[in-house]
Design a protein around this ligand. Structure first.
Ligand code: AMP
Length: 607
């Protein structure tokens, strides 16, 4: 009998399950744990360690221990997320030959899928040991929000690990499968998934005839448990600095210990009302005396430090339901996924949002792997009628003249699907158009991902706007996109099937995008950006004006210097957002500037 294993390849932990005699079961590793840290390490003697073994030595071998590779997978070296990771990673990241990300470990560098493959191999080995036979096939889960590159890179990782990845499915879909397994439910459920590195919210419709339909899905690939940990680290570091005048940030070893202690404190606060962080000999002072870190963190303080992070998940939920036109009261059950949903303030926020207690029946750490195993079994079983209807996680469209993206298939459209739209030429006597296929929600094309491009030529010379071209997007059940452009006058057409873009370099993409603008079809754009830019520039000016009065009032205190420093950071980031021409970033920075301005005005008003 051939087994298909289901693997939840998590940011922090991974989990493997299989359906045995009709019963989905999570498989324990050699140490008896049902989840395995998604960590790998290379020892001095070039021995490879995975999972608990890697985690156990991560403090003493921080430079050669890799964690949270999921945050890196399928990403370009120049991308914002990688810049973020670079700020805090204890291991060494370098640029790869395709502007991809490589990790240096001892004598060589590894591509990210190679690192993830090491974790997947471990999961495969756990299953093989448990089942007593070789395993070749797997279903692997990814966050619903992963784009094509990230999915493809995950698939590559499976291949490197010697697995045939028969399907990649979305984590929330897997969770809903496990939740609904064998229960014949007709229900609309929400899946709130907050793990170590990513947040997802999805709404699914389950019907008793075995159809699972994703209605809507959204998330943030850069919001997770680590951000909660970082808040605790910042609080500890800031406190230590004001007490001893020593900044722990410069010390790698200290930071690694802080990271562990912060996570431990967070987990303890899920059970207890307060916890003590105790790190003796954290660093030596300039006068060569050993300094110790000891501080008590209460749950209330922790909730205050992280309230805005919880709120971010609530805002995304709100937006997702709004976009899908679903009322909160229409959700009949809420499934919690991910270790972070054990944090009381998160559970409370979700319960409050939906006006009902989340379902307690499923184990948040295991539910995704179980769902993947259920899907795996269904795919190879004869006569299994279970159907999964997924949606496109990102908007697909074409870039038009002026550089905007014109969406054809909106985010959260059920696949398979096809859409056609008519465009016109943008210049007089234009004999060819370039169709740039874009993926993403940004209005500005350059901010989205270029999936592919092709040219439709042989158009009749005519004034701008008089030649009509039909562009059709088609997505099949596997999520593969094909695009066709047709000259309505002559019937001439051109088409491509889009493959994942991992082979394209950023420069290639950029030059294609630039070149494309000269050929493309017409539409005006950029108004929203321009309005936001003006607003942000105005706010920067106002905040800057406040520096002198604020400095006068609080410049001599640690709090004041800290606030001023932070404000400089906010301004810096806002300027970067302007130069990057990113509307979403601008919106965030505009909020941050407004908050800073309120604080400054408060400070001055109080004196
Ligand atoms: P996952 O990616 O689902 O494995 O979730 C891992 C995240 O959940 C990490 O950030 C953990 O620190 C966090 N986590 C695990 N257990 C708990 C707990 N009992 N309380 C709070 N956070 C937890």
């Amino acid at each position: 009998m051939e087994y298909v294993i289901g693997i939840d390849l998590g940011t922090t932990n991974s989990c493997v399950a299989v359906v045995q005699n009709g019963v989905p079961t999570v498989l324990p590793n050699r140490q008896g744990y049902k989840t395995t840290p998604s960590m790998i390490a290379m020892t001095e003697t070039k021995k490879r360690l995975v999972g608990h073994l890697a985690k156990r030595q991560s403090i003493t071998n921080a430079e050669f221990t890799v964690y949270a590779a999921k945050r890196l997978i399928g990403r370009k070296w120049n991308s914002e997320p990688i810049k973020q990771v670079l700020k805090s990673a204890s291991f060494k990241l370098v640029e790869g030959p395709h502007q991809d990300v490589r990790i240096e470990l001892r004598d060589r560098s590894y591509a990210v899928p190679e690192i993830s493959a090491m974790v997947l191999s471990e999961m495969k080995a756990i299953a093989e040991e448990y089942l007593g036979q070789e395993v070749h096939k797997a279903v692997i889960t990814v966050p619903a929000y992963f784009n094509d590159n990230q999915r493809q890179a995950t698939k590559d990782a499976g291949m490197i690990a010697g697995l045939e990845v028969i399907r990649i499915i979305n984590e929330p879909t897997a969770a809903a499968l496990a939740y609904g397994f064998g229960r014949r439910l007709d229900k609309q459920v929400a899946v709130y998934d907050l793990g170590g590195g990513t947040f997802d919210i999805s709404v699914l419709e389950m019907s008793s005839d075995g159809v699972f339909k994703v209605i809507s899905t959204a998330g943030d690939t850069f919001l997770g448990g680590e951000d909660w940990d970082t808040r605790i680290i910042d609080w500890l570091v800031d406190g230590f600095k004001s007490e001893h005048g020593v900044d722990l940030r410069g010390d790698r070893m200290a930071l690694q210990r802080l990271k562990d202690a912060a996570e431990k404190a967070k987990i303890e606060l899920s059970q207890q009302r307060e916890t003590e962080v105790n790190l003796p000999f954290i660093i030596t002072s300039g006068r060569n005396e050993a300094l110790h870190l000891q501080r008590v963190l209460t749950r209330a303080e922790f909730e205050q430090l992280t309230g805005d992070l919880v709120q971010r998940t609530v805002d995304i939920m709100d937006q997702t339901l709004d976009d899908a036109g679903i009322g909160r009261d229409e959700i009949e059950d809420v499934v919690l996924v991910g270790g972070m949903t054990r944090v009381p303030s998160i559970e409370r926020a979700v319960a409050q949002f939906f006006g009902r207690e989340p379902s307690k029946g499923v184990h948040p750490d295991e539910v995704v792997a179980l769902g993947a195993a259920i899907q795996g079994a269904a795919l190879v079983e004869q006569g299994n009628k279970m159907i999964l209807l997924d949606v496109t996680p990102h908007t697909l469209g074409v870039m038009v003249a002026g550089g905007a993206t014109e969406p054809l298939i909106p985010q959260n459209t059920t696949v398979p699907t096809a859409r056609t739209r008519t465009f016109t030429t943008s210049r007089d006597n234009q004999t060819a158009v370039k169709i740039l296929v874009m993926q993403g929600e940004h209005e500005r094309g350059a901010d989205n991902e270029l999936l592919g491009e092709f040219i439709l030529d042989g158009l009749r010379r005519a004034p701008a706007g008089s030649i009509e071209i039909d562009v059709t997007f088609d997505i099949n059940a596997d999520g593969i996109v094909s695009v066709r452009a047709k000259d309505l006058e002559t019937g001439r057409d051109q088409s491509i099937t889009v493959a994942a873009t991992s082979g394209l370099t950023k420069d290639e993409i950029r030059s294609m995008v630039e070149e494309g603008k000269r050929f493309a079809v017409d539409r005006k754009a950029g108004e929203e950006f321009e309005a936001k830019r003006q607003e942000v520039e105005g706010l920067i000016h106002e905040v800057e004006k406040m520096f002198v009065p604020v400095e006068k009032v609080v410049g001599s205190s640690d709090f004041g210097r800290d606030a001023l420093e932070r404000a400089r950071g906010v301004i810096e980031r806002a300027r970067q957002a302007v130069s990057k021409k990113d509307v979403m970033l601008l919106k965030e920075q505009s909020d941050a500037l407004s908050r800073t301005l309120r604080v400054f005005k408060g400070v001055v008003a109080r004196t």
